[in-house]
Write a protein that binds this ligand. Structure first.
Ligand code: FAD
Ligand code: FES
Length: 263
């Protein structure tokens, strides 16, 4: 059950010129959260911007009731959020999303993330590692300037591959191409992915082709975040062309079986 709370900002770190890492005190949300859940943040008490902003849960510190999230400044909402200072309260609603990442029965997984899509994958990798699952992580960034959380993912992965599109750091190319090579000789039993749409489309195709289970987290544009506005619809893959059916990413997702959605 989602809670709306005033969460005190305990720590704030700027990771790159426009990416911020926040730690907030949020016991009631932390204890109910699962990997893949997100929260909706109201960034101001003023009327503008009115809508809450959806942000993924990056890390759960269950012992201390601390919720961590990381965000990139994109527009007005995230710009206001980035100006919050330690000690201030932040209006947070969560955990949201009934579709979360499922790890049951897995032995050897691939985690594929691109850009800001890597944030919801950290808690998943952490829990997988704690449960003795082999974690192979593939993270892709535009260039060296955008690379974040390398050490953090190293600590929760058995194997970590970092790529940059232009080769300015680590491997040159797309992360999915390195995953493709490993699938051939590494008995991956499920792929978990979040990132830009072209990456998600490619991994969906790959999983269907290789008959592999694949769970993807969609970061659709959202309005209400609680199933009321229809702002986050995504087409069901098997629905008839003349009468298409839709999922709401905010309620049914954000995590879906890749084969179930048309993206
Ligand atoms: C489930 C989910 C999880 C997300 N997790 C993260 C995260 O962990 N870190 C991160 O940096 N970003 C994340 N995003 C994207 C983030 O929500 C947007 O970047 C943010 O809402 C932009 O708000 P803004 O006011 O700065 O930008 P504006 O462009 O001014 O926003 C205008 C409106 O569009 C919506 N919007 C704009 N871009 C997006 C987007 N990509 N996704 C959803 N709504 C959008 C806003 O919520 C707002 O209603 C997530 C999105 C979703 C749906
Ligand atoms: S964001 Fe309003 S229904 Fe999903």
């Amino acid at each position: 059950m989602a809670k709306q709370i005033q969460a005190k900002l305990l720590e704030k770190k700027q990771l790159t010129k426009d990416i911020y890492h926040f730690k907030v005190k949020a016991d009631d949300i932390v204890k109910e959260s699962k990997p893949g859940n997100f929260v909706e943040i109201r960034v101001t008490e003023q009327t503008e911007p009115f809508l809450r902003r959806p942000i993924s849960i990056y890390n759960l510190d269950n012992e201390n009731g601390i919720l961590e999230f990381i965000f990139q400044v994109k527009g007005k909402g995230t710009e206001i959020l980035a100006k919050k200072e330690v000690g201030e309260d932040i209006d947070i609603m969560g955990p949201l999303g009934f579709g979360t990442f499922k790890l049951e029965g897995r032995k050897n997984i691939a985690i594929l993330g691109g850009g800001i899509g890597i944030f919801p994958l950290y808690e998943l990798a952490k829990q997988a590692k704690q449960n003795g699952i082999q974690v192979n992580t593939y993270l892709g960034f535009r260039n060296k300037e955008y690379v974040v959380l390398e050490n953090e993912f190293q600590n929760v992965s058995d194997k970590l591959t970092i790529t940059t599109d232009d080769g300015t750091y680590k491997q040159k190319g797309f992360a999915i191409d390195f995953l493709k090579q490993d699938i051939e000789n590494n008995k991956i039993d499920c792929i978990y992915a979040c990132g830009p749409l072209p990456m998600l489309r490619a991994v969906r195709e790959l999983a269907i082709q290789k008959n592999l289970d694949c769970q993807i987290s969609l970061e659709e544009r959202m309005g209400c975040g609680i199933g009321l506005c229809l702002g986050c619809a995504v087409k069901k893959a098997e629905s008839p062309k003349d009468a298409p059916e839709y999922y709401h990413v905010c309620k049914g997702g954000p995590v879906f079986q890749a084969k179930d959605v048309e993206i």
